[in-house]
Design a protein around this ligand. Structure first.
Ligand SMILES: [Zn+2]
Ligand SMILES: [Zn+2]
Length: 256
């Protein structure tokens, strides 16, 4: 009854025990996991996982904004053809990350624009990563949205100008377990404000373990903790949050 809409199962942190990780996710009540593949090798591995766990491990393909400098315009058409296949349910993550600026800001912006164009050209949802770049991200989203953009702001960081702008465009907003951290008052305020029919949940594992496992590896089963926190903040049952977020995810990614 839960869907983890953002995990990185092909990261080395899962190399030793991925079958057990997926088993624990199934036992925790997860219906599906959207795995984010960010390079050719990860994509190949992800599609293999999607074949091994049909309907359970879903694949999204993109280039992380930190790696935007690796993007080659000459590969746009090849990538466009690739992401049209049914097994790829979304494009991303793409976006802007000004925290480390591992790729130049201008490059990140140009690649983000290309990916938003691609999403609309092939009619697939975007998984959007924004870190310390809310203003530029909102501007680019508004400029590139030709009325056909679908997608989710993943690992929402709490800037409600961006949040509201995204909601106005029809985008979804996804929360990770950082909403369980004691200091994350602004995120819990955002949870309160954002309507349940636009919320999705994710782990972003192996990162961002919930408070009770903080500092350890995160894994998809812990997405339940995100649903529990949303339920507590909104005064709802966990079942209601699980049902709504699962329905939202299925509608956006056309799965299930
Ligand atoms: Zn991200
Ligand atoms: Zn990610």
């Amino acid at each position: 009854m839960y869907i983890d809409t953002h995990a990185h199962l092909t990261f080395p942190e899962f190399a030793a025990d991925l079958p057990e990780v997926i088993k624990r996710a199934q036992e925790a009540g997860l219906e599906a996991i959207v795995n984010i593949a960010l390079d050719d090798q990860a994509l190949e591995q992800s599609l293999a996982l999607s074949a091994k766990y049909p309907g359970y491990v879903q694949t999204a393909a993109g280039i992380h904004p930190q790696e935007a400098k690796e993007y080659q315009e000459s590969e746009y058409e090849k990538f466009a053809t690739l992401v049209k296949q049914k097994q790829i349910v979304a494009i991303g993550e793409t976006g802007l990350d000004y925290h480390y600026k591992l790729s130049p800001v201008k490059t990140q912006q140009a690649v983000f624009r290309r990916f938003l164009q691609l999403c609309q050209a092939v009619d697939k949802p975007a998984i959007i990563h924004v870190r310390e770049a809310a203003e530029d991200a909102l501007r680019i989203l508004r400029e590139e949205n030709k009325g056909k953009l679908k997608g989710v702001l993943h690992c929402f960081a709490g800037d409600m100008t961006l949040g509201q702008g995204a909601l106005d465009m029809g985008l979804h907003i996804s929360f990770t377990a950082n909403i369980t951290y004691p200091k994350a008052h602004n995120l819990r305020e955002a949870v309160k404000t954002i309507p349940l029919d636009r919320i999705m949940i994710e782990t972003d594992s192996p990162f961002l373990a919930p408070q009770e496992f903080r500092g350890k590896r995160n894994e998809p089963a812990y997405v339940v903790k995100v649903a529990e926190q949303i339920a507590a903040v909104k005064g709802l049952t966990v079942e209601a949050v699980a049902q709504a977020t699962t329905r939202n995810s299925k509608q956006l990614f056309l799965i299930g």
